[in-house]
Design a protein around this ligand. Structure first.
Ligand SMILES: Nc1nc2c(ncn2[C@@H]2O[C@H](COP(=O)(O)OP(=O)(O)O)[C@@H](O)[C@H]2O)c(=O)[nH]1
Ligand SMILES: [Mg+2]
Length: 217
C-alpha cells in the first residue's frame, strides 16, 4: 500500500448541479473550482459533463461531483437524469444581463420540481468583475434569495472571486443537513458506514457505494 491518499478516499460524495441560462459562466465556474482554469472564449457545453473536487469539512473529506450542462431546449430530454440525486445546486445568472436574472424563477421551478425539498441552493451572480456593465443590483438579488430561502453570493470566475466560497458553502451546508439526518438515525452505528454516498443515483462510478438516508425522494 502506498502512503498516498487515493482519489477515491472520501467520506461523503455529493452530487451538485449547475443551472442557469447559457453564457452566464457555469462551465467557467466549474473549471475554476475543479482545475483553477478560466477560458475567455465561450465553448458551448456539449450534453452533460461532470467534474469532481474534494474538500475538507470538519474532519471529513467531502467529494463534490459537479454536473454541468448546456441547458438548451434540445437537451431537455435529459432533465430528470440531470437532477436525479442532486443534493446541492448553484443557480447562476450573469450580473450584466438582466434577462438571465429574470429567468432564474423558471430555473428554480424546474429545480424544485425535480429534486428533494432539502436540496441546498446557492444563488450565484457571476461576472461581478464587470463593474461598469452591471445590470442587476446586489440588493435585488439578495431580496430574491431571501424570498426563496436560498443562499446568495456574487462571483467572478475570471478573477477567482468567491468561487471557492460558493462551492464550499454549498458543500458545507449539505454536510450539515446530512449530519443532522445522521443524528436522527439514532443509535445504530451500523447505519453510519464510512464512505457513504448521499443519493447520487444513476449509473455512474459511485452506484456501488452504500447510500445514506439523505434526501431521497
Ligand atoms: N468577465 C467575465 N467573463 C466571464 C466570467 N465567467 C465566464 N465568463 C465568460 O462568459 C462566457 C460564457 O462562459 P461559460 O462558462 O461558457 O458559460 P455557460 O454557458 O454558462 O457555461 C465566456 O466567454 C467566458 O469567458 C466572469 O466571471 N467574468
Ligand atoms: Mg457551459
Amino acid at each position: 500500500m502506498g502512503a498516498y491518499r487515493a482519489d477515491d478516499d472520501y467520506d461523503y460524495l455529493f452530487k451538485v448541479v449547475l443551472i442557469g441560462d447559457s453564457g452566464v459562466g457555469k462551465s467557467n465556474l466549474l473549471s475554476r473550482f475543479t482545475k483553477n482554469e478560466f477560458s475567455l472564449e465561450s465553448k458551448s457545453t456539449i450534453g452533460v459533463e461532470f467534474a469532481t473536487r474534494s474538500i475538507h469539512v470538519d474532519d471529513k473529506i467531502v467529494k463534490a461531483q459537479i454536473w454541468d450542462t448546456a441547458g438548451q431546449e434540445r437537451y431537455r430530454a435529459i432533465t430528470s437524469a440531470y437532477y436525479r440525486g442532486a443534493v446541492g445546486a448553484l443557480l447562476v445568472y450573469d450580473v450584466t444581463r438582466h434577462v438571465t436574472f429574470e429567468n432564474v424563477e423558471r430555473w428554480l421551478k424546474e429545480l424544485r420540481d425535480h429534486t428533494d425539498a432539502n436540496i441546498v441552493i446557492m444563488f450565484v451572480g457571476n461576472k461581478a468583475d464587470l463593474r461598469h456593465l452591471r445590470a442587476v443590483s446586489t440588493d435585488d438579488a439578495k431580496a430574491f434569495a431571501e424570498r426563496e430561502n436560498t443562499f446568495f453570493m456574487e462571483t467572478s470566475a475570471l478573477e477567482s472571486l468567491n468561487v471557492d466560497n460558493a462551492f464550499t458553502e454549498v458543500l458545507t451546508q449539505i454536510y450539515h443537513v446530512v449530519s443532522r439526518k445522521t443524528l436522527e438515525i439514532g443509535d445504530d452505528p451500523a447505519a453510519l458506514p464510512k464512505g457513504q454516498t448521499i443519493n447520487v443515483g444513476g449509473r455512474d462510478d459511485v452506484s456501488s457505494v452504500k447510500k445514506a438516508g439523505c434526501c431521497s425522494s
